[in-house]
Design a protein around this ligand. Sequence first.
Ligand code: GDP
Length: 529
Amino acid sequence: MTATTTTGADLALETRRRRSIAVISHPDAGKSTLTEALALHARAITEAGAVHGKQGRDGVVSDWLEMEQKRGISITSAALQFEVDDLVINLLDTPGHADFSEDTYRVLTAVDAAVMLLDSAKGLEPQTLKLFEVCRRRGIPVITFVNKWDRPGRTALELCDELEQRIQLRPTPVTWPVGEAGNFRGLLDPVTEEVTLYRRAPGGAALAEEEHLGADAARSALPELVEEAVDSVGLLDAVDRESFLAGTTTPLLFGAALANIGVRQLLDVVGTLAPAPDDRPGLDGAPRPVDAPFSGFVFKMQAGMDTKHRDHVAFVRVCSGEFQRGMVVTHGQTRRPFATKYALSVFGRSRDTIETAYPGDVVGLVNATNLAVGDSLYDGGGPPVVFPPMPVFAPEHFVAARAADPGRSKQFRKGIAQLEQEGVVQVLVSEARGDGSPILAAVGPLQFEVATFRMEHEFNAPIRVDQLSYSIARLATPEDVQALAGRAGVEIARRADGVTLALLESVWRLRALQRDNPELSLEPLPAGT
Ligand code: GDP
């Protein structure tokens, strides 16, 4: 049976052709460059190609809004949507650098697959590992793209070993380099043994020229390099969709985003192997069929810093059905109607308001002051659904907060409770400080700026914050709490959900404590619970 939509679109078809993905990487691995290279293949970009050609490729556009202005493609600060052939790709942004925060992790609740981007010379880096752990825990399948193969780096087999040894992820090559990093000549297709040769244009930055060779032609053109590539790739397993979706293998590709090498192959893999949006379990465990009436959840809130224009934007991932601008939806948590009629703007393929969205798409609801991260919305006419709450992530930054004006402690408590409930910061109470001076904890320090601003302007309770020198939180058992009593450089604090944490200054402090007291458990916080 074909689900009918109000706009007459074929919902099953629209769902099947969507891929919602995010790139997980460490800063400087080339995420912005890859994003741009991926989008270059999209129709919208091709149309804007004249402008692009004139400007050349100097300078990577890291700011998506800037990219939008330059290229005329449609971007929100949360997602970029583009069409390639029959696919509609939603590429959700994972803020990095100084913007790395809970939002970076939360984006991973809204995608169906991730592209792990590695710098060929650096392999797995800390931020990549953190994001990968969240993918693994959430069962998000991961495609691996080794970037910067045009430069000297590690060997392909070394990188494969690293994936297997450090994160127990078995690489299955989709392409294999002919010539190691720095002496890169082309990409081998391990199945057909055909080779695509690349020639970089003089000057470096321009797109590489391609030449396709059949298996025999490739072997006679570059006998030694091709044989070496065929031998190496023979040591690894073939691509297998089932184990990829189960999270035990990763389709592996090599390339250079800057020269657009290997990017087409990456898009092919996203199309053929990455899953389309599917039924999503609700809080009660019952899956919400993807062809049920509209439902979605808020995975990111953007609160404007201008108090006169409270432009809260709630970014919603559509989970089922067709979203239509102006529809009245139900707020899953309160069962209250949520009127989207005037307060709604959807960013889609063009800057004009888009009227409809389908499973996997991201919708920006403007002026959504009553929504919080993790909230569910559904078509009021359909069966209700509440999706599981946003997971909580291991904080790495800590401040002690108190009301700047002791006379406003009531407003202070109310504001802090609200920020905690919205997931802006985690709130911890330590016995040493009491609840008049809670510890605010976050993945990224930007959260404290948001909290400070909102406490003053929204709750009318300005706060003072003192930075604390902790950088790690570990789970503390009652035995740990006892054993750590009176120790320097560690503080015990409790979260409202009952979890007790030990806050420590550094890994070295943690190791020293564990050396002195081997009984300590101090387990890491699971990546996203
Ligand atoms: P991000 O921080 O992950 O977004 O990384 P960027 O896309 O800004 O790239 C970081 C640097 O690496 C920039 O100087 C890019 O020009 C460079 N870069 C990105 N991809 C490649 C590549 O394929 N080859 C080379 N040689 N440099 C690259």
